[in-house]
Structures are given as C-alpha cells and as structure tokens.
Design a protein around this ligand. Structure first.
Ligand SMILES: Cc1cc2nc3c(=O)[nH]c(=O)nc-3n(C[C@H](O)[C@H](O)[C@H](O)COP(=O)(O)OP(=O)(O)OC[C@H]3O[C@@H](n4cnc5c(N)ncnc54)[C@H](O)[C@@H]3O)c2cc1C
Length: 595
C-alpha cells in the first residue's frame, strides 16, 4: 500500500494506518504483523540492519527442552527471581509461554540457528537460567554462534521487505503528536527530520508504535552503540507521559576492560570462568550453586567487590579476568568467533591461550515507557493512551523487573514486538485518523532552529562526556545518597549549559552535528530521571545497589517507580514527581535471592 504524501509550506505530510518508530528487532517484528493487514511505515534513524539488535551475541531464551528437560514454568520462575521479584508475574508468564512460538516463527522465517547432532535447534546455558527452580544451570538459550542478534535482524528485515513494509531510513523522529478527542488524549502521528535533506516530515497514523531501543549512552563505559540515546523514551517523557523503573539499569559483567565492548555471557554459558588477580574462581564465594552463571547484577557486583577489596588484576588492579583457555580453540572459533576476535582486535589478547581482562559495562535499561501486556502505553498506573504502543528495550512491561536475565531481551522484542504489531493493527482497523493539529511540526521546527542557530560557546561532545563521566562515577554498580546527589548536581549544571551549545555544521544535508545535540537533550533528561528515581529507592534490589541501604526492603519498596514530568523545558530544571505502581503477583512469593 503506497505512502499517501503531500507537501505544504515545505513540510512533508504522510499518512499510514500504522506508524512504527524504530527498525530494530521490536519494530520490525511488529511490522511483520501489521503490514499484511494495513499500510505500515517504519521510520528509523539508522538503516534497519544497523540497529543495535544486530549486535546481540549470545542467544534468545525459550524452554524448547531440545537438549535437556526444561519448562516454561521454570523459565518464569527464573525470570521473576532474576528480576529480584519486581517482575510483573503475569507478564513473565506470557513471555515464557510465547517464547516457544517466537523461536519457531523466526525459524520458519529462515533464521539459521545452531543445530544439535539430530538437527534440532541447539541451546546453551546463560546466567540465571536454571533447572527446577535453581537446582542447576539449564540449556535454554537458542543461538546462532555469537551472532544471534545479527541473524534475527537480517531475518526480520527480509521478511519486512517480503510483506511490503515501507521504510523511511535515516529519518529521526523527534516528536509525538497527540490531540484531544472527546476530552481524552489520542495519538495523531509523529514528526521526523530527514537526515539526507534536513526536511521535516509529519506522519499521521491511526496507531503509533515506539520501538526505539535503549539509552546506554548516558554512561561512558557501555556495550551500547553510539545511537542508543533514548530518543523514543525522551519524546514520550516530554509529552507528559510517565516512565517506569528508570533506576534499574543493568551493568553487564563482561565488558572488555577499559572499553566496555561486550563479551557475551554465552562464553560463561560454554564454560568460561571469572578469576581474580590470584587466579581464584571468586564466584564460588558469591553464588555457590551456579557460580559464574549467576544473574548479571550479582556477578557484576561481585566483580566490583573483588576490585574494591584489592583483588583486581592489571597495573591498576581495576579489572578481573574471563578465562576461556580451557574451552579449546574449536569451541571458541565455532561457537564464540566474534568475541574471540574482539578480544584479539581491541585488547591484543588471544582468548585461546590468555585470560581476557573484563569489567562491568552499562548494558540494558530495565525501565522505560510503561505498557500493559498488550503493549499499550500507559498514562498512569492503568489508563491506556488510545493508539499508542511501545515494545522492546524502550518499553517497560515489566518482564525484567529489577534485573533482566541474559537472552530475555531478544525474546522480549519478539514476543512483545509481535503483540504490539497485532494490537496496533487491530486498533487501526477500527479507529479513524485523529486530525493533525495545525501546529503539529512547530515544536520540532523551533527546537532545531534553536540548536542550529545557537551562538553559545558550549560544545556538545564536552557536555556529553561530562554527563557520561559523572554517571560512571556516581550512578553505576554501587550507589549511595552521596554519589547520587553528586550526579544530580552535575546534571543540573550540564542542563544549564546545554542551551548554549554551538553547532558547527550549519548545513541542511546529513547534519549529524545537529542531531547529536538533540540526542544529548534526551540523554540529559533520562540520566536525571534515573538518578532521581535511584535516590528515592532507599533499598538494594536487582541492579540497583545502594551501599547505604544494602538490604532489599519489600515492606516499603516492593513497587515499581513511576516518574512524571511536572515541568521543565530545554535548559530549564526539570521538576520530576515520583509515584508507585503495584507489582503484579501470580505464583511466586518473594524469597531471599540465593544462587
Ligand atoms: C552488544 C550487545 C549484545 C547483546 N546481546 C544480547 C543477547 O545475546 N541476548 C539478548 O536477549 N539481548 C542481548 N542484548 C540486548 C538486546 O540486543 C537489545 O535489548 C534489543 O536488541 C533491543 O531491541 P530494540 O528493537 O528494542 O532496539 P534496537 O535494536 O536498539 O533498535 C532501535 C531502533 O530504533 C531506531 N530509532 C532510535 N531512535 C530513533 C529516532 N529518534 N527516530 C527514528 N528511529 C529511531 C533505530 O534506528 C533502531 O532501528 C544485547 C545488547 C547489546 C548492546
């Protein structure tokens, strides 16, 4: 179905039933559901196959039980316990139940999974995935060498092309358009900036799905690509919609030391071991049952503790080792070829014969745009915004609670991406277009003019660096009131400098200088919400470890955080109001979390 488009006053107008923002795994999985039924546009700032999903290495969880006994129920239990009981249990049940079909859907679309000798999809171990409620590690992660995400992204892209999805590549969505209908806010469309030409496009859609991925770039040391600046999360926030559980940010244990480039947990799934400077397998002390395959929050914390206690390796004793030397060249070259190459290329270390220096790296946002199980975006604890959906890392369902298990995100984008696509197209088939307000594009035009024409003396890269450094220093694996207050003060200062940035490229075509300035605005907003939410949660749970409140406090904090923007504009202080949202329980009472 062709794009209905026109140009008025230099602004391009398009109309599609379903408008999807983001061409990562979540956005494209949604598009595959909606495109056969309704006109579907996918707008993406990156060429689709460059989305971060393509960097995912280790695998996608599903209790297929192809290589050993497994069950959905065990997978649900692990997901709930892994999330330190903040996981909404009905959502986790959907995730693990629909996991099986999600894998077979991909297989049917042509994804080349690794195979067992009998030709079934092979499965490997991953952190926190266990047999029979924590008794021992289980093989649950379906994988394609250490390029699982790459294969998923290529497969989904090919199927989008097959279904006639219309892509708008290198278009940056910068605003969401809402309008009031009968006293209720409804979605009308989005506003985008075309990188190649500098022109503005307004896309009217009956339903809009945000699938814009994460925001790891608020940190300095991160596994995330440069483009992961949380645009979608920031756009929704600036529209006055809440964000959920922003304090829960995951640090992946095995980033290449000093660089943050990821080495998949699949390495430990295949048997690699973490060791401190003296060669001790220290995880035996922290998680005696499943050791190196404990969930990421526990492993990352244990590594930092080793370093703090003086058992780190290297000239500054500031990292530990990932030891793969006993796995043998064949396993490394066939099952973990990319990470083997990363270690050789970036650190000059050969994992076949040498231990690899590693340290935690900022990796995954458990929080984001709150949705229900149908991927509908929430305006508060219950009220749905008609026509607005979110899925993937930008969304918070919440299936990951306070800490996501490895391989559950590739699963999440497939399960909830599919749900978002199905529900958005069903909505579009019954709803009418909501009229675009005459000033739909004004906010974006003003924002870009302000940044493009700014004559200040501030530099985008410097502000971003200062933000990332304070976040790494003060809001990382261990946090206290004091460090978080420091981060907050730094962010407040950076916010006042931000309106005075000067863009060097004043041109219209491929002006990435301008867009980096816009992205920095989102990073500043999101970092501040993270810190304010973290200050408010005076307990330790999952990835949120408060040194000054080291215990989990179920009585007061067994609740999701909901952050609302009360006031604030570019360069002005944000006023953030915090509230709570109950966690949904079905089967599992919170237990002490031991592994
Ligand atoms: C190195 C690495 C390895 C990982 N390994 C695994 C793994 O093995 N297993 C697992 O389960 N998880 C893994 N993860 C996590 C997982 O890959 C991601 O959480 C998931 O792929 C996110 O998918 P997504 O579709 O939500 O977003 P992404 O794949 O990040 O896609 C975001 C899309 O949004 C678009 N976009 C963003 N902003 C805008 C804008 N303003 N306008 C228009 N378009 C926009 C981008 O162009 C892109 O197409 C890994 C992550 C990393 C970083």
């Amino acid at each position: 179905m062709a794009d209905q488009s026109s140009v008025t006053d230099g602004i391009h107008y398009h109309q599609h039933d379903v408008v999807i923002v983001g061409a990562g795994g979540a956005g494209m999985r949604a598009a595959i559901e909606s495109a056969p039924k309704a006109s579907t546009a996918v707008i993406t700032k990156l060429y689709p196959t460059r989305s971060h999903t393509g960097a995912a290495q280790g695998g996608m969880a599903a209790a297929l039980a192809n290589v050993e006994e497994d069950s959905n129920e065990w997978h649900t239990y692990d997901t709930v316990k892994g999330g330190d009981y903040l996981t909404d249990q009905d959502s986790a049940e959907i995730l693990t139940r629909e996991a099986i079909d999600a894998v077979y859907d991909l297989e049917n679309m042509g994804l080349p999974f690794n195979r067992t000798a009998e030709g079934k999809i092979d499965q490997r171990r991953f952190g926190g995935h266990t047999r029979d409620h924590g008794k021992a590690p289980v093989r649950r992660a379906c994988y394609a060498a250490d390029r699982t995400g790459h294969m998923i992204l290529q497969t989904l892209y090919q199927n989008c092309v097959k279904h006639g999805v219309q892509f708008f590549n290198e278009f940056y969505v910068l605003d969401l358009v809402m309008a009031e209908v009968d006293g209720a806010k409804r979605v009308s469309g989005v506003v985008a900036y075309e990188l190649a030409t500098g022109e503005i496009h307004v896309f009217q859609g009956k339903s809009v799905i945000f699938a814009t991925g994460g925001f790891g770039k608020i940190f300095k040391t991160t596994s995330n690509a440069h483009t992961l600046t949380g645009d979608g999360v920031g756009i929704v926030w600036r529209k006055g919609l809440p964000l959920e559980d922003m304090e829960f940010y995951q640090f992946h244990p095995t980033g290449l030391a000093g660089l943050g480039i990821l080495l998949t947990e699949g390495a430990r799934g295949e048997g690699a071991i973490l060791r401190n400077a003296s060669g001790e397998r220290f995880m035996e002390r922290y998680a005696p049952t499943i050791k190196d395959l404990a969930p990421r929050d526990i492993v990352a914390r244990s590594m930092v503790q080793e370093v703090l206690d003086g058992r780190g390796a290297g000239p500054h004793k500031d990292y530990v080792y990932l030891d793969c030397t006993h796995l043998g060249a064949e396993v490394l070259e066939t099952k973990l070829p990319d990470i083997t190459e990363f270690a050789r290329t970036y650190l000059g270390v050969d994992p076949v014969t040498e231990r690899v220096p590693v340290y935690p790296t900022a990796h995954y946002a458990m929080g984001g745009i709150p949705t229900n199980n149908d991927a509908e975006v929430l305006a508060d604890n219950e009220t749905v915004v008609p026509g607005l959906y979110a899925a993937g890392e930008c969304a918070c369902v919440s299936v990951h609670g306070a800490n996501r298990l490895g391989t559950n995100s590739l699963l999440d984008i497939n399960v909830f991406g599919k749900r978002a696509g199905n529900n958005a197209v069903a909505y579009a088939q019954t709803a009418d277009f909501v009229d675009l307000p005459a000033d739909a594009a004004d906010g974006v035009v003003k924002l870009l003019a302000q940044l493009r024409e700014g004559t200040g003396t501030e530099n985008v890269a410097e502000i971003r660096k200062a933000l990332q450094e304070t976040m790494d220093r003060n809001a990382q694996v261990f946090r206290t009131d004091e460090t978080l207050q420091r981060a907050l003060a730094d962010i407040a200062e950076l916010r006042t400098r931000y309106p005075n940035v000067r863009i060097h490229d004043r041109g219209r075509r491929f002006n990435t200088d301008l867009l980096e300035a816009v992205e920095l605005g989102f990073l500043l907003d999101l970092a501040e919400i993270l810190v304010v939410s973290a200050l408010n949660r005076k307990e330790s749970r999952g990835a949120h470890m408060r040194d000054d409140y080291p215990k989990r406090d179920d009585e007061n904090y067994m609740q999701h955080t909901m952050a609302y923007r009360v006031a604030g504009d570019i360069g002005l202080p944000q006023e953030i109001r915090l509230d709570w949202k109950p966690v949904r329980f079905t089967h599992y009472e919170p237990q002490e979390r031991k592994y």
